[in-house]
Design a protein around this ligand. Structure first.
Ligand code: SF4
Length: 279
């Protein structure tokens, strides 16, 4: 069996960095709570819980612990509230997300309404809405014109598919340009996500089946799987135990992972395919 794997697998830079920051805080003997899971992966989260890390969903819940802001970031009012209560903040916001937050803030300060191409319930998008200070609107389809003013700044959730963002921006210009004074489009998509999507797409055209490894709740893993499924039969699996039986009969199989998947899980999938796959 030939196995084609994307060159980047396992955690992305932002997740690796956030985990290192948590490790460092634990190494310094700090009691730590993370605002949401530091990574969308049950195995890693379980290990951190076992080492005394608490996961909180509301900053109000924290007492006597330093609070880690995860790679997805937080709205400024959350940081302000924690600071007001004298709680130590350990900021592990990914620099790519931080850039998107600054762009959202600057657009809002320049009088733009900030249209965020993304899932409104996602932690990162909620953070970006906060940075837009009341001028944000999150959507995956074009909102009705009456919901937008005459100056629109467009950004994207960092893990969105760049092709879909380009289409969204093009549709927006086509529909709204006659009436709007300004439409400013800022590409805030993560370069690492873009590279993984492009490479996975290329591989998906060359194999009989794609396996995309990652948590079922990981939005970027779901997006990778959805993209690959346009070209070839694709399975979103959480680990080697979920490899479908028919995969072992393939001559060429593609393998990739979401940005919150530990590399060991992908390596286990690859090992099992090599051991049990068609020779
Ligand atoms: S996917 Fe990109 S933006 Fe998101 S945490 Fe990873 S490196 Fe940062």
């Amino acid at each position: 069996m030939e196995i084609k794997r994307t060159s980047e697998i396992g955690f992305c830079y932002g997740v690796r960095r956030a985990l290192k920051i948590v490790e460092r805080a634990l190494g310094e003997g700090k009691k730590v709570a993370t605002l949401g899971p530091v990574v969308h992966n049950n195995k890693v989260v379980g290990e951190l819980l076992g080492r005394g890390v608490e996961i909180i969903s509301d900053p109000e819940e924290v007492e006597g612990r330093a609070v880690v802001i995860t790679a997805h970031g937080s709205p400024p009012f959350t940081l302000e509230e924690l600071a007001r209560r004298g709680i130590e903040i350990i900021d592990a916001t990914c620099p790519v997300v931080r850039r998107a937050q600054i762009i959202a803030r600057n657009l809002a300060e320049e009088g733009f309404e900030v249209l965020i191409f993304g899932e409104e319930d996602h932690t990162e998008v909620r953070g970006l809405m906060g940075w837009a200070r009341g001028r944000g609107l999150a959507a995956l389809s074009i909102p009705p014109p009456e919901r937008l003013g005459r100056k629109i700044g467009v950004i994207a959730q960092t893990t969105q598919d760049p092709d879909k963002f380009a289409q969204f921006a093009a549709d927006l210009c086509r529909l709204f340009l006659p009436d709007k004074l300004h439409i400013r489009i800022c590409n805030t998509i993560c370069p690492e996500v873009t590279r993984r999507l492009r490479e996975a797409e290329k591989i998906a055209r060359e194999v009989e089946m794609m396996l995309v490894v990652g948590g079922k709740i990981s939005a970027n893993t779901r997006r990778l799987a959805s993209l690959c499924s346009r070209y070839v039969e694709t399975f979103h699996i959480e680990g080697a135990w979920e490899i479908p039986e028919k995969a072992f009969g393939c001559r060429a199989i593609g393998l990739t992972s979401g940005t919150s998947t530990p590399a060991e899980l992908v390596e286990e999938v690859e090992r099992r395919l090599r051991e049990e796959g068609r020779s």
